[in-house]
Design a protein around this ligand. Sequence first.
Ligand SMILES: [Fe+2]
Ligand SMILES: [Fe+2]
Length: 539
Amino acid sequence: MADEEWAERQRQLTAAGLLVLGKAAQSRIQRLSDISSLIEAAQRSNVTMLNERAVEEMLTLVPTEETIDAPPSTPRSEQATLPNPESQSTFGRTLAPVGTQVLAPPVRRHGLDHYSLDDFPMLAKDVDAEIEIHFDITGRSMTEGKMQDIRSCFSDRLRQIRQMMISGRSLPRRPISISEAWRNRQRYSSRDYEVTLVGLVSTEGWARTGTLKFDIEDETMEVRCLLKPPSGASSLHPALDGLMNDDVVGVSGYFLLDRDPRFFVTDIHMPPLGRHSKAAASESEAVSAAFLSDVHVGSKTFLAPQWEKMIEWFRTDPLARTVKYFVLSGDGVDGVGIYPGQERHLAIKDLFNQYGELARLLEGLPDWVDLMILPGNHDAVRPAEPQPALDPEVQQEYSDAVFVGNPCDFSLHGVRVLSYHGKSIDDFVAGLRSVTYSSPELAMRAMMERRHLAPSWGGKTPLSPEPEDRMVISTVPDIFVTGHVHGHYVGNHKGTTMIHSSTWQDQTDYQRMLGFQPKPCILTIVNLHTHATASIPFA
Ligand SMILES: [Fe+2]
Ligand SMILES: [Fe+2]
């Protein structure tokens, strides 16, 4: 890149309040064909200093051509999302009130250049369904909710994630138990004699000096830790972003032997998460999977006319003939008695009638579409996660659907999908500085990086203490999907396609009060052969 071009880039970065640190960061930025995505990611993450590591981290958040994977086999198309960020976005606008709207016929007769019909040699109706469930708690919940169950759940989490760290080589040396380190604290009391520990976190917050204080505990004992932000650390570094209660982390450092001995952390280690290489469906099974959640049928703010528009699209658009799977990731209905005063927001006040109406609405989908339905926190199942599938009595209303629990780890034609409703995003918003309701993808990133969907016990996410902690992300998925927050996002994190699926509910009073603008009525679809994605707005 010529000097003038770099000067122009620097001018743009400076205007955006960003400072580039070091030659490595500069050359990384010079290799990008466009820096607008990088600027957007940095601004959304409140990053101002771009060293090489910060640039890499930002690039994992935004789908630029740099972070897009070529599919492992024959690449046929590149991943992209709609609408194009440079065009007039249809995302996040205020919708017309339901009932007064005159619906135009669906405007979108495919027309998605990057989501080519040539990539689909077969129609969905000619391809047999291939769903393999790897994990679903339904019928397998083992807990009695006793103290012993809680203890085994946390021991299992610690064991699983520590093992990942050891076998994934994310620790600089073999960890020792906290009690062994404590016994030998005189020896491990200087930078020359560091030791590595792994344990469950209990957060204390930041001291006025900016040092993060937390305890870690393993099977043997607990120790207080101090973590100073390294110079030039990105805002996503745990020292600046924070830790979640009950995270499993590794710490390297030494003891400060004053009146109250503490462990001074020189480096913090998260579980391994390397660059993931996605599996792909074979060419003869090149079909699409569609993702949606939070339909909230029964609520007065359910967007019925827009649903009709989507059904019409399914009937008429050639692209819809490629959609083999429709994954509904929780909150299909608004439920009853979910929050105080909900009744006045309900158009359908009976729970069974809500499920009946959802079944009727889904019946509008063409026969060739296979439905998968997970529960969410508004559904009529136990709220503690992992949640089992909807009750058989409710299932009877649906002629043809696969009911699974939340979360569910499954494969479609060999493509591994992790679908989780996303209730814990509430805890991530409360616990990490980077995460806001308008950036649920940062909560998803945080889940992937700590290899856990909902770490915090006693927060906003009720957890079922299963003897084996099945909220651990033991296998890195090809597609990771959440909902719950009513936003929308499609991107990529270290090779995994990240989808925050859209809702079919308009802004609620509560969201209005919080100033939160949902992004409803967007269907996200993924070609399971090429991994190309498209987001189709129906608002
Ligand atoms: Fe919801
Ligand atoms: Fe929800």
